[in-house]
Design a protein around this ligand. Structure first.
Ligand SMILES: [Zn+2]
Length: 341
């Protein structure tokens, strides 16, 4: 990246994180998270935020200006035009693979976040630094582990003890970050598929937790780093994406949930880890030590391996470089999918 472009990208990343801080602060300051249910978006509920987001000038160096739509044409419905303009201004929507830092589209306070991962330790390898920043902002974080990781590990632990051990390790790792709500769905490790049962289980957790933000693994395979695309990761990402849209918000999907009193719920942001299109970088320099401490709790997975800290630091350095952050910074990378309506 050329020097000026790198500087611009660095400024963008900093501005981006500042925005994220602001969103978290607002979440703490206000308990009034907008009502959000399975009903279709209506103008009264969403238009003020959408309109503000569309009208606000970009606060970062934005190479997208060339594709930003011009003013509303005569006769166009204001609300419709706002949505159309946002779609044009959303690289992930119109151009998959776009990798420039940008503001989240859905500018809503985030009070609760749900992290859905295939195995114990996945969140700590890929996202614990970011999750720690959310905790610092006052976001309530829940972990949901789809399997117990009972097919993993390298030590002599008897297989029948592995599931319980890995639950304990993940629970301890979460606690080290201040997270106490950790849920295990208990599906078999290494044999996870996108079934109606898995979709329903994740949808149940979404309706129980009612998060504005869901973080999961990318359902897309990265051919350049095949081990990052474990089939369980892909299945978790796909099932969670389907649970976010449409299952959790659709009152008629998994009718047993409604029968149990779990109302539909609409998630506003989907964060994907470990995928081929990272375009959102979170500075984790200040939380990196906590990430390492959480990782160290997975003794059955990392206890036998030297150099884990260096390995993970290397990833974080490369992410920061890709984001154009100043030298010495560390970052985690995600694809963020806003769900504007
Ligand atoms: Zn995994």
């Amino acid at each position: 990246m050329a020097g000026s472009a790198r500087a611009a990208a660095a400024a963008a990343a900093v501005e981006h994180d500042r925005f994220a801080d602001g969103a978290g602060a607002r979440a703490k300051a206000s308990d009034g998270v907008p009502a959000s249910d399975g009903a279709p978006a209506d103008g009264n509920r969403y238009s003020p935020r959408l309109t503000r987001a569309a009208a606000k000038p970009a606060r970062f160096v934005d190479t997208r200006r060339a594709c930003v739509a011009p003013g509303r044409p005569p006769g166009a419905e204001p609300e419709l035009w706002t949505v159309l303009r946002l779609l044009v201004d959303t690289p992930e929507v119109v151009r998959p693979g776009w990798a420039a830092p940008r503001l989240p589209l859905v500018n809503e306070p985030v009070a609760r976040a749900l992290v859905v991962m295939a195995h114990p330790d996945d969140v700590d390898f890929g996202a614990a630094g970011t999750v720690a920043t959310w905790v610092d902002e006052g976001v309530e974080v829940t972990y949901c582990l789809v399997t117990d990781g009972d097919a993993g590990g390298f030590d002599d632990t008897p297989r029948e003890r592995m599931a319980g051990l890995r639950r304990e390790e993940q629970t301890a790792a979460a606690a080290s970050l201040g997270i106490t709500d950790v849920r295990f769905l208990g599906h078999p490790d290494g044999r996870l598929y996108v079934t109606d049962e898995v979709r329903g289980d994740i949808s149940r957790v979404i309706r129980e937790v009612r998060p504005q933000r869901v973080l999961t693994q990318s359902p897309e395979r990265v051919w350049e780093r095949l081990p990052a695309s474990h089939p369980d990761h892909l299945a978790t990402g796909e099932a969670t994406t389907i649970a976010v849209y449409p299952d959790a918000r659709n009152a008629f999907a998994h009718p047993e949930l409604l029968a149990d009193g779990l109302e539909p719920w609409t998630v506003r942001e989907l964060w994907l880890s470990g995928g081929p299109h990272p375009g959102h970088f979170v500075d984790i320099t200040e939380t990196f030590d906590r990430k390492l401490a959480a990782l160290a709790r997975h003794v059955s997975q990392v206890g036998h391996r030297d150099g884990i800290a260096d390995l993970v630091r290397g990833w974080a350095v490369r992410n920061a470089e890709a984001a154009g952050m100043p030298e010495g910074r560390l970052a985690e990378a995600f694809q963020v999918v806003p769900i504007p309506y």
